[in-house]
Design a protein around this ligand. Structure first.
Ligand code: MN
Length: 721
């Protein structure tokens, strides 16, 4: 076991981070050794060698001393008796936050073992790494675990870890631009997962090299490129030939279904210069000397990759007419390309950046990322606050479901499958029964409780946030409504038949479908039920000869959509909260008028009945909350010309009292539709009066006027029976 020693680590960190708190670093080293005690790694090494190596990797990336300290402590919260309080007391809040961040990610890892959707998982990890240093520690942790992967005995476990690494951690390393770590992770995972492929590619590379020819070709190409650059005035340019890695060769073969034959397939040449201007000069020299393959040119200097990668890429027919790939960049760019985020960090560190500048630095990173051309790619590749508007939750099997922020178990259920959504009766979040409107959080495990008897509830629509959930709920409600309307319409038509003494037959109905441009009798009944067609119209269409005999009378259910007897044509009720197309009726018990606070009651076969909120009838629906609808009047409520308000009036049984009352009502421009004497004594008279009014204000004015009329004792609106 070769492990970085305590003083070596402290010296190393001090060499690049002048703010290093040596005492804290020393204390953390001793603390992790003590806490992990006699725990052992699969290699047989003491466990503490792992956090120490992780700290060493982080120090190699020149990260600040707090990151190194947190690296030393990264497993203490999860694997030892260390507590949050103790860590905070010993090392302060910043370092505890980092350690906790890493612990959270490790716990996710366990939970999401079976996560199939790698991309979502990566986003989840990014969304949860509020501080990029958490992610850097996690990557260093994974890198060391991969370096020691071969010590793990179970092949299944090795493969699982390797797969997770290639699907999750290598892309994360790429995303924040650390290609050094990305490549090492990929290479180790690749040899674990595909040892045969790896061996055969390596053997092929070996034989190309052993040829002697290819190796010397690489040297000859380098020499010739150097001469050309020299002649062009770039004496300081460094030229390298870098053999491609078996993993990237394999990926390319997989993607393009080709083998590797040409030099360009196995070696990339790199030209390193001092500044951007020299990059383009070098490019000019190369393109001036050799024929370029046009479609293989990329300028990642003008248009950096989302992770900040910058370089010029070109492919030319080079020396000896061999196709070669050349990357041109400055030394600084090269450093960033290798170390990504960590390189920026180190750079800022050199500039004497204080802790408080951390977020400015992060913003700078985002600015770099923003220069990327494809906005989707940018979104996908950046995160940080960008993923904060999403939540990622697990199914009980560990699959990840991505949802918008604010999503509820109903959204989750519909995201899994529409059948699951339709039959949801309850939800367990992290093992506990939770209301269906509960707002889900990152990492929640959600189990949907289903019942075959359940159907979507209109109340769900009030709290779901996904379009999918809303669309399915509406679709279901529309279908259900249509069924109800059809049943209602059919019975209305049958009643007309009865009143006319005719015998109802479906055959006759089917014979007139064309006339009403409907496809099925169900459709026709539904139109009657919804009020867009009267049963009598349909009846007369079947028996045209009967039409003249009787005056048209209102249908059984005086829907607001039809002309009323009083002659006031009401075009529709201006109410919000209703499902479009649903039949509405103003309750006859309480006669709501515009301005009243109202609720709707869904009545099978009759659509929705609108009651005032204090109507007594509502009591009988108290235990059927599923039938209640939250309604309000549309602010633009000119659509109704008149409505009915019902008043109970007590007045003196004196001569002239009644005419004083009717005069007062007439003064307010209101019609009396109906007047009934409900009771009479020698002194008093109780009246029930139905008035045509415009709205609540109108009715209130009339009532005030009546109250001021001589002989009137009391005026009240009637609600309920
Ligand atoms: Mn670890």
């Amino acid at each position: 076991m070769v492990m970085i020693r305590q003083y070596e680590l402290v010296e190393l960190v001090r060499s690049y981070d002048p703010n290093t708190d040596e005492d804290a670093l020393n204390k953390a080293y001793i603390y992790t050794v003590k806490m992990h005690g006699t725990q052992k790694r699969a290699s047989g090494d003491p466990y503490f060698s792992h956090p120490v190596e992780v700290a060493g990797i982080l120090a190699g990336m020149k990260l600040d001393w707090k990151t190194i300290t947190a690296g030393l402590l990264h497993d203490t919260l999860e694997d030892t008796l260390a507590t949050h309080e103790e860590l905070e007391k010993q090392f302060g809040p910043d370092i505890v936050k980092l350690v906790e961040g890493v612990t959270k990610l490790s716990q996710l890892e366990v939970q999401g073992k079976a996560a199939k959707q790698g991309e979502n998982f990566r986003k989840l990890v990014l969304a949860m790494s509020e501080d990029i240093r958490v992610l850097l520690i996690k990557l260093a942790d994974r890198l060391h675990n991969m370096r020691t992967l071969h010590f793990i005995e179970s092949p299944e476990k090795r493969q699982r870890i390797a797969r997770e690494t290639i699907e999750l951690y290598a892309p994360l390393a790429e995303r924040i631009g650390i290609s050094q770590i990305k490549e090492e992770l990929q290479d180790i995972a690749f040899s674990e997962l595909y040892p045969d492929v790896k061996d055969s590619i390596s053997a092929r590379l070996e034989s190309l090299r052993a040829d002697g020819e290819n190796l010397s070709i690489v040297d000859r190409v380098i020499a010739e490129l150097k001469v050309k650059l020299n002649e062009g005035g770039l004496e300081n340019a460094d030229v390298y030939g870098r053999e491609k890695r078996p993993y990237s060769i394999w990926r390319k073969m997989e993607r393009q279904h080709i083998g590797f034959e040409a030099l360009a397939d196995i070696v990339a040449f790199r030209i390193l210069v001092d500044n951007i201007e020299e990059c383009y000069r070098a490019l000019g020299i190369i393109h001036g000397s050799y024929r370029a393959v046009p479609e293989l040119f990329d300028d990642y200097i003008s248009n950096p990759k989302p992770n900040g990668y910058r370089s010029l890429h070109t492919t030319v027919m080079g020396p000896e007419n061999r196709r070669i790939e050349i990357q041109i960049r400055t030394h600084d760019m090269h450093n960033v390309n290798e170390m990504g985020v960590a390189a920026h960090w180190a750079y800022k560190q050199q500039q004497g950046m204080s802790d408080g500048d951390q977020y400015r630095w992060l913003r700078q990173l985002l600015t770099i990322l923003e220069q990327s051309q494809a906005p989707e790619e940018f979104l996908e590749h950046t995160k940080l606050e960008l993923f904060q508007d999403q939540v990622f939750c697990f199914t009980p099997k560990g699959e990840l479901v991505a949802l918008p922020r604010g999503a509820t178990p109903i959204d989750f259920a519909y995201a899994v499958h529409s059948d699951v959504g339709d039959s949801t009766v309850g939800a367990k979040v992290n093992g506990r029964m939770t209301p269906l409107n509960h707002v889900l959080r990152n990492g929640d495990q959600v189990e949907i409780v289903r019942s075959k008897k359940q159907t979507p509830s209109p109340t769900w629509e009030r709290f779901v946030v996904t379009g999918k959930a809303r669309a399915h709920i509406r679709k279901y409600l529309r279908m259900q409504q249509r069924t109800e309307y059809a049943a209602l319409g059919k019975s209305m038509l049958q009643k007309v038949y009865d009143s006319e003494g005719a015998t109802f037959t479906e055959k006759a109905v089917n014979g007139i479908l064309k006339k009403f441009k409907t496809a099925t009798d169900e459709d026709l009944y539904a139109r009657i039920g919804a009020g867009s067609l009267t049963a009598r119209e349909v009846f007369y269409a079947i028996f045209p000869g009967l039409k003249d005999k009787k005056p048209e009378i209102a249908d059984e259910l005086p829907s607001i959509n039809k002309p009323t007897k009083s002659g006031a044509r009401i075009s529709g009720i201006p109410i919000r909260g209703i499902i479009p197309g649903m039949a509405l009726h103003l309750a006859r018990c309480c006669h709501p008028v515009i301005g009243d606070r109202i609720v709707g009651i869904i009545t099978t076969g009759k659509g929705v009945t609108v009651h005032t909120i204090d109507c007594e009838t509502l009591e009988s629906f108290a235990d059927m909350p599923e039938r209640w609808l939250d309604l309000s009047w549309d602010s633009d409520s000119q659509a109704i010309e008149t409505q009915t308000g019902r008043l109970s009036i007590q007045l003196s049984n004196a001569t002239g009292a009644l005419s004083a009352l009717t005069t007062s009502i007439a003064k307010h421009d209101a019609n009396i539709i109906n007047l009934k004497v409900a009771g009479r004594t020698t002194d008093t008279m109780d009246l029930m009066v139905d008035l045509q009014v415009k709205d609540l204000q109108h009715l209130s004015n009339i009532m005030a006027g009546i109250r001021a009329t001589p002989h009137v004792y009391s005026v009240e609106r009637i609600r309920g029976k």
